[in-house]
Design a protein around this ligand. Sequence first.
Ligand SMILES: *Cc1c(COP(=O)(O)O)cnc(C)c1O
Length: 370
Amino acid sequence: MKNGFENPIYVTKPLLPELEKINSRLEKIWKTGMLTNMGEQHRELEEKLSQYLACENITLFNNGTIALMAGLKALDLKGEVITTPFTFPATVQALEWNGLKPVFCDIDPVSMTMDAGKIEDLINENTSAILGVHVFDNICDVRKIDEISKKYNLKIVYDAAHSFGSIYEGVPVWEFGDMSMFSFHATKLFNTIEGGCIISKDAGITERLELMKSFGRDKDGKVADWGINGKLNEFQAAMGIEVLKLVAGEKEKRIGLAKIYNAILGDIEGIRVVTEACRSRSCQYLVVEIDEEKFGKSRDMVFEALNSSNVFPRKYFHPLCSDTDWYRMDYSNKELKHAQSASERVLALPFYGGLSEENVEKICNIILNC
Ligand SMILES: *Cc1c(COP(=O)(O)O)cnc(C)c1O
Protein backbone atom coordinates (compact mmCIF):
# COMPACT_ATOMS: atom_id res chain seq x y z
CA MET A 1 0.00 0.00 0.00
CA LYS A 2 1.56 3.26 -1.16
CA ASN A 3 1.81 5.76 1.75
CA GLY A 4 -0.38 3.50 3.83
CA PHE A 5 0.21 1.03 6.63
CA GLU A 6 0.50 -2.68 6.08
CA ASN A 7 -1.29 -3.49 9.35
CA PRO A 8 -4.34 -1.57 10.53
CA ILE A 9 -3.77 1.17 13.10
CA TYR A 10 -6.67 1.71 15.47
CA VAL A 11 -7.44 4.63 17.73
CA THR A 12 -6.18 2.82 20.81
CA LYS A 13 -4.75 -0.42 22.08
CA PRO A 14 -5.69 -1.65 25.55
CA LEU A 15 -2.93 -1.88 28.15
CA LEU A 16 -2.09 -5.57 28.55
CA PRO A 17 0.08 -6.81 31.43
CA GLU A 18 2.51 -9.68 30.93
CA LEU A 19 0.49 -12.86 30.79
CA GLU A 20 2.54 -14.47 33.61
CA LYS A 21 1.45 -11.70 35.97
CA ILE A 22 -2.18 -12.46 35.23
CA ASN A 23 -1.59 -16.19 35.46
CA SER A 24 -0.17 -15.97 38.96
CA ARG A 25 -3.23 -13.99 40.04
CA LEU A 26 -5.50 -16.56 38.41
CA GLU A 27 -3.74 -19.24 40.45
CA LYS A 28 -4.67 -17.34 43.60
CA ILE A 29 -8.27 -17.12 42.42
CA TRP A 30 -8.26 -20.87 41.74
CA LYS A 31 -6.99 -21.53 45.27
CA THR A 32 -9.75 -19.51 46.90
CA GLY A 33 -12.39 -20.83 44.50
CA MET A 34 -13.97 -17.40 44.71
CA LEU A 35 -14.66 -15.92 41.29
CA THR A 36 -16.70 -12.88 42.22
CA ASN A 37 -18.65 -11.25 45.10
CA MET A 38 -15.88 -8.94 46.32
CA GLY A 39 -13.06 -11.39 47.01
CA GLU A 40 -9.34 -10.84 47.62
CA GLN A 41 -8.57 -9.38 44.19
CA HIS A 42 -11.46 -6.95 44.49
CA ARG A 43 -10.29 -5.80 47.90
CA GLU A 44 -6.74 -5.32 46.67
CA LEU A 45 -7.81 -3.35 43.61
CA GLU A 46 -10.08 -1.15 45.69
CA GLU A 47 -7.18 -0.35 48.01
CA LYS A 48 -4.74 0.35 45.17
CA LEU A 49 -7.25 2.60 43.41
CA SER A 50 -7.99 4.51 46.62
CA GLN A 51 -4.27 5.24 46.87
CA TYR A 52 -3.83 6.10 43.20
CA LEU A 53 -6.85 8.39 43.10
CA ALA A 54 -6.35 9.74 46.64
CA CYS A 55 -9.94 8.99 47.60
CA GLU A 56 -11.82 7.21 50.35
CA ASN A 57 -15.35 6.66 49.13
CA ILE A 58 -14.94 4.47 46.08
CA THR A 59 -17.35 1.79 44.86
CA LEU A 60 -16.23 -0.54 42.07
CA PHE A 61 -18.68 -1.70 39.41
CA ASN A 62 -18.80 -4.13 36.50
CA ASN A 63 -18.80 -1.23 34.05
CA GLY A 64 -19.00 2.55 34.01
CA THR A 65 -22.56 2.73 32.71
CA ILE A 66 -23.99 0.63 35.55
CA ALA A 67 -21.85 2.67 37.96
CA LEU A 68 -23.40 5.90 36.69
CA MET A 69 -26.91 4.41 36.72
CA ALA A 70 -26.50 3.32 40.33
CA GLY A 71 -24.82 6.57 41.33
CA LEU A 72 -27.71 8.65 39.99
CA LYS A 73 -30.17 6.33 41.73
CA ALA A 74 -28.42 6.81 45.06
CA LEU A 75 -28.95 10.58 44.82
CA ASP A 76 -32.75 10.08 44.66
CA LEU A 77 -33.12 12.46 41.74
CA LYS A 78 -36.42 13.35 40.12
CA GLY A 79 -37.65 15.02 36.94
CA GLU A 80 -35.07 16.64 34.69
CA VAL A 81 -31.30 16.58 34.59
CA ILE A 82 -29.27 19.04 32.54
CA THR A 83 -26.56 17.33 30.52
CA THR A 84 -24.59 17.54 27.30
CA PRO A 85 -25.45 15.99 23.93
CA PHE A 86 -21.74 15.85 23.07
CA THR A 87 -20.96 12.60 24.85
CA PHE A 88 -21.08 8.84 24.56
CA PRO A 89 -24.70 7.52 24.64
CA ALA A 90 -24.11 5.89 28.06
CA THR A 91 -24.28 9.29 29.80
CA VAL A 92 -27.80 9.87 28.56
CA GLN A 93 -28.86 6.24 28.94
CA ALA A 94 -27.91 6.24 32.63
CA LEU A 95 -30.45 9.05 33.09
CA GLU A 96 -33.14 7.30 31.08
CA TRP A 97 -32.85 4.03 33.03
CA ASN A 98 -33.53 6.15 36.11
CA GLY A 99 -36.66 7.62 34.56
CA LEU A 100 -34.95 11.03 34.44
CA LYS A 101 -35.39 13.34 31.49
CA PRO A 102 -32.17 14.54 29.86
CA VAL A 103 -32.23 18.23 29.00
CA PHE A 104 -29.44 19.04 26.58
CA CYS A 105 -27.29 22.10 27.11
CA ASP A 106 -25.02 23.34 24.31
CA ILE A 107 -21.25 23.11 24.71
CA ASP A 108 -18.47 25.63 24.85
CA PRO A 109 -16.78 25.59 21.42
CA VAL A 110 -13.26 25.56 22.87
CA SER A 111 -13.41 23.05 25.75
CA MET A 112 -16.36 21.16 24.20
CA THR A 113 -17.79 20.64 27.70
CA MET A 114 -21.22 21.91 28.72
CA ASP A 115 -21.44 25.72 28.41
CA ALA A 116 -22.05 26.67 32.04
CA GLY A 117 -23.33 30.09 30.94
CA LYS A 118 -26.30 28.38 29.28
CA ILE A 119 -27.34 26.14 32.17
CA GLU A 120 -29.51 28.61 34.08
CA ASP A 121 -31.85 29.12 31.12
CA LEU A 122 -32.65 25.40 31.18
CA ILE A 123 -33.48 25.18 34.88
CA ASN A 124 -37.11 24.91 35.93
CA GLU A 125 -39.00 23.56 38.96
CA ASN A 126 -38.48 19.97 37.71
CA THR A 127 -34.70 20.20 37.48
CA SER A 128 -32.91 18.08 40.09
CA ALA A 129 -29.31 17.81 38.92
CA ILE A 130 -26.56 18.68 36.46
CA LEU A 131 -24.69 15.81 34.80
CA GLY A 132 -21.47 17.15 33.28
CA VAL A 133 -18.99 15.24 31.16
CA HIS A 134 -15.27 16.04 31.19
CA VAL A 135 -15.09 15.46 27.44
CA PHE A 136 -11.64 14.27 26.28
CA ASP A 137 -10.49 15.13 29.80
CA ASN A 138 -11.25 18.80 29.23
CA ILE A 139 -12.63 19.61 32.65
CA CYS A 140 -16.08 21.21 32.89
CA ASP A 141 -16.43 24.74 34.23
CA VAL A 142 -16.63 23.22 37.72
CA ARG A 143 -16.60 26.53 39.63
CA LYS A 144 -19.52 28.02 37.73
CA ILE A 145 -21.48 24.75 37.88
CA ASP A 146 -20.87 24.67 41.61
CA GLU A 147 -22.25 28.21 42.00
CA ILE A 148 -25.34 27.36 39.97
CA SER A 149 -26.00 24.19 41.94
CA LYS A 150 -25.84 26.10 45.22
CA LYS A 151 -28.17 28.80 43.94
CA TYR A 152 -30.83 26.32 42.76
CA ASN A 153 -30.12 23.47 45.18
CA LEU A 154 -29.16 20.95 42.48
CA LYS A 155 -26.94 17.87 42.72
CA ILE A 156 -23.87 17.66 40.48
CA VAL A 157 -22.67 14.43 38.93
CA TYR A 158 -19.67 14.15 36.63
CA ASP A 159 -19.19 11.51 33.98
CA ALA A 160 -15.40 11.42 34.30
CA ALA A 161 -14.94 8.43 31.98
CA HIS A 162 -12.23 10.39 30.14
CA SER A 163 -10.47 11.71 33.22
CA PHE A 164 -9.04 8.76 35.13
CA GLY A 165 -6.58 10.10 37.69
CA SER A 166 -6.68 13.68 36.42
CA ILE A 167 -5.67 16.54 38.68
CA TYR A 168 -7.33 19.87 37.97
CA GLU A 169 -6.11 23.09 39.59
CA GLY A 170 -4.15 20.97 42.04
CA VAL A 171 -7.15 18.89 43.10
CA PRO A 172 -8.15 15.34 42.07
CA VAL A 173 -10.93 15.80 39.55
CA TRP A 174 -13.42 13.65 41.47
CA GLU A 175 -13.47 16.29 44.24
CA PHE A 176 -15.76 18.46 42.13
CA GLY A 177 -19.50 17.85 42.39
CA ASP A 178 -21.30 15.27 44.52
CA MET A 179 -19.92 12.25 42.70
CA SER A 180 -17.87 11.21 39.69
CA MET A 181 -17.82 8.10 37.54
CA PHE A 182 -14.66 6.62 36.02
CA SER A 183 -14.86 3.93 33.34
CA PHE A 184 -12.39 1.05 33.22
CA HIS A 185 -13.41 -0.14 29.77
CA ALA A 186 -10.71 -1.71 27.57
CA THR A 187 -10.55 1.44 25.42
CA LYS A 188 -9.89 3.73 28.39
CA LEU A 189 -6.44 4.61 29.79
CA PHE A 190 -6.87 2.25 32.76
CA ASN A 191 -8.84 -0.92 32.14
CA THR A 192 -10.26 -3.90 33.99
CA ILE A 193 -11.49 -5.26 30.61
CA GLU A 194 -14.91 -3.88 31.55
CA GLY A 195 -15.38 -1.97 34.77
CA GLY A 196 -15.95 1.35 36.44
CA CYS A 197 -16.43 3.12 39.74
CA ILE A 198 -18.23 5.87 41.54
CA ILE A 199 -16.33 8.14 43.87
CA SER A 200 -18.68 9.98 46.17
CA LYS A 201 -18.09 12.91 48.50
CA ASP A 202 -20.54 11.38 50.96
CA ALA A 203 -19.63 8.17 52.84
CA GLY A 204 -23.34 7.44 53.30
CA ILE A 205 -23.86 7.34 49.54
CA THR A 206 -20.91 4.97 49.16
CA GLU A 207 -22.42 2.71 51.78
CA ARG A 208 -25.68 2.66 49.83
CA LEU A 209 -23.88 1.97 46.55
CA GLU A 210 -22.12 -1.02 48.10
CA LEU A 211 -25.52 -2.53 48.86
CA MET A 212 -27.13 -1.42 45.61
CA LYS A 213 -24.50 -3.07 43.41
CA SER A 214 -25.19 -6.40 45.07
CA PHE A 215 -28.99 -6.64 44.72
CA GLY A 216 -29.60 -4.05 47.43
CA ARG A 217 -29.08 -6.71 50.10
CA ASP A 218 -27.75 -5.90 53.54
CA LYS A 219 -25.41 -8.19 55.48
CA ASP A 220 -28.33 -10.34 56.62
CA GLY A 221 -29.34 -10.87 53.01
CA LYS A 222 -32.44 -8.70 53.34
CA VAL A 223 -33.26 -6.37 50.45
CA ALA A 224 -32.85 -2.93 51.99
CA ASP A 225 -32.40 -0.63 48.99
CA TRP A 226 -32.64 -0.40 45.21
CA GLY A 227 -30.71 -3.34 43.81
CA ILE A 228 -28.90 -4.35 40.67
CA ASN A 229 -26.05 -6.71 39.83
CA GLY A 230 -23.16 -4.29 39.39
CA LYS A 231 -20.33 -6.38 40.86
CA LEU A 232 -16.82 -6.31 39.42
CA ASN A 233 -15.58 -9.92 39.36
CA GLU A 234 -12.23 -11.33 40.49
CA PHE A 235 -10.84 -11.69 36.97
CA GLN A 236 -11.60 -8.05 36.22
CA ALA A 237 -10.02 -7.00 39.51
CA ALA A 238 -6.89 -9.11 38.89
CA MET A 239 -6.51 -7.48 35.50
CA GLY A 240 -6.97 -4.04 37.04
CA ILE A 241 -4.28 -4.53 39.69
CA GLU A 242 -1.71 -5.41 37.03
CA VAL A 243 -2.83 -2.77 34.51
CA LEU A 244 -2.65 -0.04 37.14
CA LYS A 245 1.11 -0.70 37.46
CA LEU A 246 1.50 0.17 33.76
CA VAL A 247 -0.46 3.42 33.74
CA ALA A 248 2.35 5.83 34.68
CA GLY A 249 4.71 4.45 32.02
CA GLU A 250 1.96 4.48 29.41
CA LYS A 251 1.25 8.13 30.15
CA GLU A 252 4.91 9.07 29.67
CA LYS A 253 4.88 7.46 26.24
CA ARG A 254 1.65 9.20 25.27
CA ILE A 255 3.01 12.56 26.39
CA GLY A 256 5.92 12.00 24.00
CA LEU A 257 3.59 11.14 21.12
CA ALA A 258 1.35 14.13 21.85
CA LYS A 259 4.41 16.38 21.48
CA ILE A 260 4.90 15.08 17.95
CA TYR A 261 1.24 15.47 17.01
CA ASN A 262 1.32 19.01 18.42
CA ALA A 263 4.58 19.89 16.68
CA ILE A 264 3.33 18.78 13.26
CA LEU A 265 -0.38 19.67 13.42
CA GLY A 266 -0.45 22.39 16.08
CA ASP A 267 0.31 25.33 13.81
CA ILE A 268 -1.62 24.20 10.76
CA GLU A 269 -4.37 26.61 9.76
CA GLY A 270 -7.73 24.95 10.33
CA ILE A 271 -6.49 22.21 12.67
CA ARG A 272 -6.77 22.54 16.44
CA VAL A 273 -5.53 19.96 18.93
CA VAL A 274 -8.35 19.86 21.46
CA THR A 275 -6.70 17.70 24.10
CA GLU A 276 -3.92 18.31 26.58
CA ALA A 277 -1.34 15.66 27.47
CA CYS A 278 0.72 15.99 30.64
CA ARG A 279 1.30 14.04 33.84
CA SER A 280 -1.59 15.57 35.72
CA ARG A 281 -4.06 14.62 33.00
CA SER A 282 -5.41 11.27 31.81
CA CYS A 283 -3.83 11.37 28.32
CA GLN A 284 -6.71 9.16 27.18
CA TYR A 285 -7.31 10.74 23.78
CA LEU A 286 -5.61 12.85 21.16
CA VAL A 287 -8.40 14.75 19.45
CA VAL A 288 -8.21 17.30 16.67
CA GLU A 289 -10.86 19.65 15.37
CA ILE A 290 -10.81 20.29 11.64
CA ASP A 291 -12.25 23.50 10.23
CA GLU A 292 -13.02 22.73 6.59
CA GLU A 293 -13.03 26.36 5.48
CA LYS A 294 -9.56 27.03 6.81
CA PHE A 295 -7.93 23.63 6.30
CA GLY A 296 -9.45 23.04 2.87
CA LYS A 297 -10.50 19.50 3.71
CA SER A 298 -13.37 18.38 5.89
CA ARG A 299 -13.13 16.06 8.89
CA ASP A 300 -14.86 13.38 6.84
CA MET A 301 -12.34 13.75 4.00
CA VAL A 302 -9.47 13.37 6.48
CA PHE A 303 -11.25 10.38 7.99
CA GLU A 304 -11.59 8.73 4.56
CA ALA A 305 -7.98 9.44 3.64
CA LEU A 306 -6.79 7.84 6.87
CA ASN A 307 -9.09 4.84 6.39
CA SER A 308 -7.75 4.23 2.91
CA SER A 309 -4.24 4.23 4.39
CA ASN A 310 -5.32 1.58 6.91
CA VAL A 311 -5.64 4.05 9.83
CA PHE A 312 -8.89 4.02 11.79
CA PRO A 313 -9.49 7.17 13.84
CA ARG A 314 -12.89 7.69 15.54
CA LYS A 315 -15.48 10.44 15.13
CA TYR A 316 -16.05 11.00 18.86
CA PHE A 317 -18.93 11.98 19.19
CA HIS A 318 -20.89 11.62 16.03
CA PRO A 319 -23.81 11.58 15.64
CA LEU A 320 -24.83 13.72 18.59
CA CYS A 321 -27.07 12.01 21.15
CA SER A 322 -29.68 14.67 20.44
CA ASP A 323 -29.61 13.87 16.72
CA THR A 324 -30.29 10.16 16.70
CA ASP A 325 -33.84 9.04 15.92
CA TRP A 326 -34.14 7.51 19.36
CA TYR A 327 -33.86 10.90 21.08
CA ARG A 328 -34.90 13.40 18.48
CA MET A 329 -38.64 13.33 19.15
CA ASP A 330 -38.49 13.92 22.86
CA TYR A 331 -35.42 15.99 23.38
CA SER A 332 -34.90 18.07 20.29
CA ASN A 333 -33.43 21.43 21.15
CA LYS A 334 -32.50 23.85 18.42
CA GLU A 335 -29.94 25.62 20.53
CA LEU A 336 -27.16 23.07 20.16
CA LYS A 337 -25.13 24.65 17.42
CA HIS A 338 -21.69 24.30 19.00
CA ALA A 339 -22.33 20.65 19.84
CA GLN A 340 -23.49 20.15 16.27
CA SER A 341 -20.41 21.77 14.87
CA ALA A 342 -18.02 19.85 17.17
CA SER A 343 -19.63 16.59 16.18
CA GLU A 344 -18.95 17.38 12.52
CA ARG A 345 -15.34 18.45 13.08
CA VAL A 346 -13.67 16.25 15.69
CA LEU A 347 -11.46 13.28 15.07
CA ALA A 348 -9.76 11.12 17.72
CA LEU A 349 -6.42 10.06 16.27
CA PRO A 350 -4.45 6.90 17.11
CA PHE A 351 -2.94 7.42 20.55
CA TYR A 352 -1.34 4.67 22.63
CA GLY A 353 2.09 3.93 24.01
CA GLY A 354 2.76 1.12 21.55
CA LEU A 355 2.52 3.50 18.59
CA SER A 356 5.93 4.50 17.24
CA GLU A 357 7.00 8.12 16.75
CA GLU A 358 7.57 7.40 13.05
CA ASN A 359 4.02 6.17 12.70
CA VAL A 360 2.68 9.32 14.33
CA GLU A 361 4.66 11.36 11.80
CA LYS A 362 3.30 9.21 9.00
CA ILE A 363 -0.29 9.65 10.22
CA CYS A 364 0.21 13.43 10.38
CA ASN A 365 1.57 13.44 6.84
CA ILE A 366 -1.43 11.54 5.53
CA ILE A 367 -3.63 14.23 7.12
CA LEU A 368 -1.59 17.09 5.67
CA ASN A 369 -1.46 15.59 2.18
CA CYS A 370 -4.98 14.30 1.86
C1 LIG B 1 -16.70 4.91 28.02
C2 LIG B 1 -17.69 5.92 28.42
C3 LIG B 1 -18.80 5.59 29.21
C4 LIG B 1 -19.22 4.17 29.50
O1 LIG B 1 -18.36 3.46 30.25
P1 LIG B 1 -18.42 1.86 30.18
O2 LIG B 1 -17.43 1.47 31.23
O3 LIG B 1 -18.01 1.46 28.80
O4 LIG B 1 -19.80 1.44 30.52
C5 LIG B 1 -19.62 6.61 29.67
N1 LIG B 1 -19.39 7.89 29.32
C6 LIG B 1 -18.35 8.24 28.54
C7 LIG B 1 -18.16 9.69 28.23
C8 LIG B 1 -17.49 7.27 28.05
O5 LIG B 1 -16.49 7.62 27.23
